[in-house]
Design a protein around this ligand. Structure first.
Ligand code: NAD
Length: 434
């Protein structure tokens, strides 16, 4: 329950505001509130940590290929930088909102803290429809947004990365634009860039690899052998396709995958390599995939499988889907795929949910490795990157599991408790600058 602060620094409970289920920031706050109560968080710290430190809104003018000038709204939210420079992706989407970016920035704070990374949390977004823009228009949009935020970004200040609909090329334009203004090449200002510009080996697959590592750790806890487990994956992009491929390589039977065009099911198991090759030749989608029956995305989410990996987008698992799901383990590859109301149902059903801030932290972990390599000017082999990633993810899983057991809460709340505690401790040690 949220606090108000009175003049004597005493917590006074106030009635929680009605929850808007479509607002990811409120979803984040619901979980944060539970963690804050368990930690008996100082009310002043509560007030500080439930707000972003800084929010930047910029109008980004772009000359389109036709000569017309369009103006796009861009955001960069720094949720918190108590532990170090803030870190978080940039999302291009027609429906991105400031509240969504605020939530994603806060999730980055808790994620970096619980993984033990020396970063705070941030996120960026531009309201645009990248599918309807040419490469040159996207380049002009990215460069102008970066120039507008030149004073915000920096290897010691705020370090962007790819997110939904942004990629290595866009990160290369961020690097170049920032470097031109800084009058020197500054490759540590952005992560998720091409290896030829100081990107890290293993970064592309890192989030999917982290999903695989924590899935195997959860199977061990439940005494399940990978070769006995069936898996369904929602979303066949960077995270979903990599997770499906790596879990299949571990002996799991991936019976269903899906993307924006719908779901594809084969009870004997799908050939993930074949599907990846198919999507490359098929404009990036699974539409018409061979050797599979068509199912809907909803049917995929309620399949009777051992492991369900939602790896598409937010708000996919509501209470009804949670009632219907046959999964024993849910591994949140996507950010915010499960609504708070579904958490309760899943907990009652004894489904082990590995929360997003842990399950998909492989990406930011290798982003951290990339930043370290850039700053040292010394680059690691892919084998070294993967080994360190596996170790970091497994240790984080075990610590979250133990924290959840200690407080008799879900892994999600355990993860929030760990993340919020780490940030609050740093805040206490630093003190409040007056
Ligand atoms: P992506 O764009 O590469 O892939 C998204 C996939 O989801 C595509 O296959 C798309 O067709 C599918 N999809 C979209 N809407 C869908 C729907 N309604 N139903 C089913 N499928 C749908 O994106 P990504 O990088 O794989 O990211 C996926 C999720 O993982 C996002 O929530 C993102 O924030 C999160 N995430 C990504 C990374 C990363 O390193 N890429 C890191 C952490 C978290």
């Amino acid at each position: 329950m949220p606090f108000d602060i009175d003049v004597h620094e005493r917590a006074v409970y106030r009635e929680p505001a009605p929850i808007d289920r479509d607002d990811p920031f409120q979803s984040m706050m619901e979980r944060f509130d539970v963690a804050a109560e368990i930690l008996e968080l100082n009310p002043g710290f509560y007030e500080y940590l439930c707000r972003p430190s800084r929010m930047h809104i910029t109008s980004v003018p772009v000359e389109m290929d036709t000569g017309q000038i369009m103006v796009y709204e861009g955001y960069r939210v720094i949720h918190n930088d108590v532990l170090g420079p803030s870190k978080g992706g940039i999302r291009f989407a027609p429906d991105v909102t400031l509240n969504e970016v605020k939530a994603l920035a806060a999730w980055m704070t808790w994620k970096c803290a619980l993984l033990g990374l020396p970063f705070g949390g941030a996120k960026g977004g531009i309201v645009c429809n990248p599918e309807q823009m040419s490469a040159k228009e996207l380049e002009r949009l990215t460069r102008r947004y970066t120039a507008d935020l030149f004073d915000v970004f920096g290897p010691d200040k705020d370090i962007p990365a790819p997110d939904m609909n942004t990629n290595e090329q866009i990160m290369a334009w961020v690097l170049d634009t920032y470097s031109m203004h800084a009058r020197r090449t500054e490759n540590a200002v952005v992560t998720g860039k091409p290896v030829g510009l100081g990107g890290s080996e293993g970064r592309q697959e890192a989030t999917g690899r982290g999903v695989m590592t924590v899935t195997l750790a959860a199977m061990e806890r439940l005494d399940l052998a990978p070769s006995d487990c069936t898996v369904a994956v929602q979303g066949f992009g960077n995270v979903g396709a990599t997770a499906a491929e790596l879990l299949a390589a571990q002996g799991c039977t991936v019976v269903a995958v899906s993307d924006i065009t719908g779901g594809y099911y084969n009870e004997k198991g799908l050939d993930i390599n074949e599907l990846r090759n198919y999507t490359q030749k098929n404009g990036g989608t699974l539409d018409g995939s061979p050797n599979a029956d068509r199912i809907t995305n909803e049917e995929l989410l309620t399949l009777d499988v051992d492991v369900l990996v939602p790896a598409a987008k937010e708000d996919q698992i509501d209470a009804e889907i949670a009632e219907g799901t046959g999964a024993r383990i849910i591994v949140e590859g996507a950010n915010g795929p499960t609504l708070p109301e579904a958490d309760e149902v899943l907990q009652e059903k004894d489904v082990l949910v590995i929360p997003d801030i842990l399950a998909n932290a492989g990406g930011v972990t290798v982003s951290y490795f990339e930043w370290v390599q850039d700053r040292q000017g010394f680059f690691w082999t892919e084998e070294r990157v993967n080994r360190r990633l596996d170790r970091t993810m497994r240790e984080a899983f075990e610590k979250v599991y133990e924290t959840a057991e200690e407080h008799d809460v879900s892994l999600r709340i355990g993860a929030y408790v760990m993340g919020v505690r780490k940030v609050a401790e740093a805040l206490r040690m630093r003190g409040i600058y007056a």
